[in-house]
Design a protein around this ligand. Structure first.
Ligand code: FEO
Length: 405
């Protein structure tokens, strides 16, 4: 897609990746974009680059506006490969350009490139760069989501170049929120935001709150947020900030996700009565089989639900491997504000359910009871146990949810 002016003399010059489905293990069925921005001012300034595979696209977009050798400044807000991948090619074209980056970013950059001949200025929060009519302010955002991360604020344009924050893995010809909503819907767009937050930013809720508060307190006025992925927020940037604050505060739906896997279907047979018990308590339920669903989709469903039941058979005295993998992934995302429970079938000796409860405890998650285990497979008389387990869990979820209303 060709370069697009998003504010006077500020252009999107990124690339759309329609075909990517695996983003370092995070399954993204709708592709993504790598957003890069170019300011045509007295000092021409490039903000971030794109994944290396798309450097030709970015250079073509830049060349449609100016001769790339005229770039004077390159802002590197984040050193992850999807945003710094084209930097070497750019710097070969403009070896005298000045790179603005955080101290930690400079260190990380040195691990990817030979930076000995590059002009690098490290910046801290509050420092500014005057490009002509525009003033760029830097705000460090460490661990949002890497130690190097920062965002750049273009004061006169009221534009926040927010890096990964407020992004979505979404390939679309729409560049702005209103354009996307016109061809899809607001709730669809919100779902992309939740998916991204759950899979990338879930561990950083406290930092997100503090950073948004810092930005709001600083008195800077933002009427557009331009993230590094997905659409640009120009209609109501406050809406996505509010969504982030709500997610960071643990807001979620009164809903249960049952995330499970099964060996000879015993654990799967438990689900129908468990689900019925939950439903009869008036709580909606979503069922996700792990080997049939990308891990990242399961993470999103957990994040959208106040309660989550994990179903796992015991295999060789251990949790079922796909369930174990899911839990390890979840552990790294440091979930909070959710209530958990577990169930499953076993043949010789149990163990999976106990293992899961230990994991919940390790993650400091609230848990319900001690779970439900059934030998081999549920018989008709076990259905009632499963039903009551689901019903009791739903009652507990409703009670727990009140804290967040
Ligand atoms: Fe989109 Fe942290 O890279």
């Amino acid at each position: 897609m060709k370069a697009l002016e998003i504010k006077p003399d500020i252009y999107w010059v990124g690339a759309i990746d329609w075909s990517i489905r695996d983003f370092h293990g995070y399954v993204i069925p709708d592709g993504t974009t790598y957003n890069s921005y170019l300011i045509l001012d007295e000092e021409i300034t490039l903000l971030d680059t794109v994944k290396a595979d798309f450097e030709d696209t970015e250079l073509s977009n830049i060349s449609s506006l100016i001769e790339p050798s005229k770039i004077k400044n390159v802002i590197v807000n984040h050193i992850e490969n999807d945003h710094m991948g084209a930097l070497r090619r750019i710097m070969n074209l403009v070896p005298e350009a000045i790179i603005y980056i955080t101290e930690k970013g400079k260190h990380g950059m040195s691990r990817f490139f030979d930076i000995s001949r590059w002009n690098i200025k490290t910046v801290k929060t509050g420092q500014e760069l005057k490009t002509g009519k525009y003033t760029l302010g830097f705000i460090e955002t460490p661990m949002l989501h890497w130690p190097d991360s920062m965002v750049t604020y273009v004061k006169e344009a009221k534009l926040l170049i927010s890096q990964d924050a407020f992004g979505q893995h979404l390939a679309s010809t729409a560049r702005f929120d209103d354009e996307f909503i016109k061809c899809a819907s607001e709730s669809e767009l919100e779902d992309f935001v939740i998916d991204y937050y759950a899979n990338i930013l879930m561990p950083f809720g406290k930092i997100i709150k503090a950073k948004i508060a810092e930005i709001q307190k600083s008195g800077i006025s933002v009427d557009m947020i331009a993230p590094a992925h997905g659409i640009i927020w120009r209609t109501n940037p406050g809406k996505v900030m509010e969504m982030y604050l709500n997610m960071a505060d643990g807001k979620s739906n009164l809903r249960v996700a049952i995330i499970y896997d099964t060996m000879w279907r015993g654990t799967e047979f438990m689900i129908q009565p468990v689900m019925q018990g939950i439903k009869d308590e008036g709580v909606d339920c979503k069922i996700i089989k792990l080997r049939a669903t990308p891990m990242s989709a399961a993470i999103k469903e957990l994040w959208k639900s106040r309660g989550c039941l994990i179903g796992s058979p015991t295999l060789n005295n251990e949790v079922y491997p796909s369930v174990g993998e899911f839990i390890i992934h979840l552990r790294g995302l440091r979930p909070a504000d959710r209530i958990m429970g577990a169930f499953g079938c076993y043949g010789w000796g149990g163990g999976a359910v106990k293992w899961l409860y230990n994991e919940f405890k390790g993650m400091k998650l609230e848990s319900f009871g001690s779970g439900l285990e059934i030998n081999y497979r549920p018989l008709q008389e076990d259905d009632k146990k499963c039903y009551e387990f689901g019903r009791d869990f739903a009652r507990k979820v409703k009670e727990f949810h009140k804290k967040y209303e």
